[in-house]
Design a protein around this ligand. Structure first.
Ligand code: MLT
Length: 396
């Protein structure tokens, strides 16, 4: 037998596994220290009460013969797809319920969507980038080209018109840089995709953090129905990182290479995915109820306040950063031109605070660092306090 040799082209470890290992080694060696983790974007607040209630009721259904549920449809129950379609309506965007695939999260869909595309397609991603887009396409043997996000473009890269790409991944608000694309920028990307007969995979997992007048869906921008697939998750919107639920929208009219993209993805999901469990879909539907929307916004506000606490400290220290405004991530320049991993080690050892080294997201992340606002409030305040002390000493 032969193994998929494309795996040889991957960096040895998944970024967050590296961060976790280094953190755990430190904790083991220093059991007396209180380490505060602002690394991986994992939520810390419990699920909203209305969501828990729906999940409990869904679980109770499984306890009785007349309400018991077996295999769900691979694309989700109608009531949840209708609820998601209703949410799009509130954004002024038309997405039919039967254009929605309920899934176990954005990471899986971003990683799996490549199954329906040929391996000879060229993939365009930004640099820095959420590693899943890159790694999953390397596994498939695709060529990857990069659009460089940097200080000059506010860490929100646009494609180079002279470069041809077939698949474009765009995350807005962006992980890791926290930048959010404007409607004008998204229109340029759509025009680029249409010109190249490409498909945009638009990941809007952080949409709930938008505070400014920015598109909350790629389908709010003209032309998107002819070139885009939108992937979203309830992980960051409603605290489902452990519960697992997300969705993918594929316009029925989207065709490429003589094939319907919706039908191809349906075929893929029917073969490889058995759907999301009944209690979780009940819980997810509660997110889109009026009360659910109110309750999840309270949690989002809590994280947004954390983001303000972090960014205010950086403002005080005069450190350059992006994000924090329309995003739970704060992307900052490491002090004194330190390398990302160098700063990671220093912060862990001297302040016992964990962040994510920018370099792990791509070459353009070298010298940058990501902090998340998903932490507990008191821990965030304490971490910022320690960070300020360390940086004040360093910047003297
Ligand atoms: C992150 O920290 O970048 C995210 O939590 C990772 C993910 O959503 O898979």
């Amino acid at each position: 037998m032969k193994i998929n040799k494309n795996f040889d082209n991957l960096v040895p470890n998944y970024l967050f596994a590296d961060v976790a290992k280094k953190t755990n080694d430190y904790i083991k060696a220093h059991p007396d220290k209180k380490v505060i983790k602002l690394g991986i974007g994992d939520v810390t607040l419990p699920l909203a009460p209305v969501v828990i209630e729906a999940m409990k009721n869904g679980t109770e259904d499984l306890a009785h013969k007349d309400t018991f549920k077996g295999y769900p449809d691979c694309d989700g129950y109608d009531f949840l797809r209708e609820a998601i379609s209703g949410y799009y309506k509130t954004l002024g965007v038309t997405v039919a319920a039967d254009e929605i695939f309920v899934s176990d999260g954005a990471k899986s869909d971003c990683g799996n969507i490549g199954d329906i595309f040929d391996k000879d397609n060229t993939v365009l991603v930004t640099d820095p980038v959420y590693p899943v887009y890159v790694d999953s396409n390397i596994m498939a043997g695709r060529k990857i080209v990069y659009a460089g996000s940097n200080k000059e473009n506010g860490f929100a890269a646009m494609p180079d018109d002279s470069v041809k790409a077939d698949i474009i991944y765009l995350c807005s608000p962006n992980n890791p840089t926290g930048s959010a694309y404007t409607a004008e920028q998204i229109k340029v990307l759509i025009d680029y995709a249409l010109k190249n007969v490409a498909v945009i995979i638009y990941d809007c997992s952080y949409v709930a953090f938008i505070t400014e007048d920015l598109p909350r869906s790629i389908f709010a921008v003209e032309g998107a129905h002819k070139c885009a697939v939108e992937i979203c998750s309830l992980s960051k919107t409603a605290g489902f990182t452990g519960t697992r639920c997300g969705y993918t929208v594929i316009p029925k009219e989207l065709e490429r290479d003589g094939h319907n993209i919706y039908s191809a993805w349906y075929r893929r999901q029917a073969t490889k995915f058995n759907g999301v469990s009944w209690p979780v879909q009940c819980a997810a539907a509660a997110v889109f109820s009026q009360e659910g929307q109110k309750q999840i916004k309270e949690n989002i506000s809590y994280y947004q306040e954390n983001a303000k606490i972090i960014s205010s400290a950086l403002d005080e220290l005069g450190i350059y950063y992006t994000g924090g405004k329309n995003s739970p991530y704060i992307w900052l320049k490491c002090p004194n031109n330190m390398g990302s991993w160098e700063f990671f080690d220093l912060l862990l050892n001297e302040a016992n605070v964990v962040g994510t080294p920018g370099e792990g997201f791509g070459a353009n992340g070298a010298g940058y660092f990501r902090l998340t606002s998903f932490g507990d409030r008191n821990n965030t305040i304490e971490a910022v306090d320690r960070l300020k002390k360390l940086l004040t000493k360093l910047l003297k």
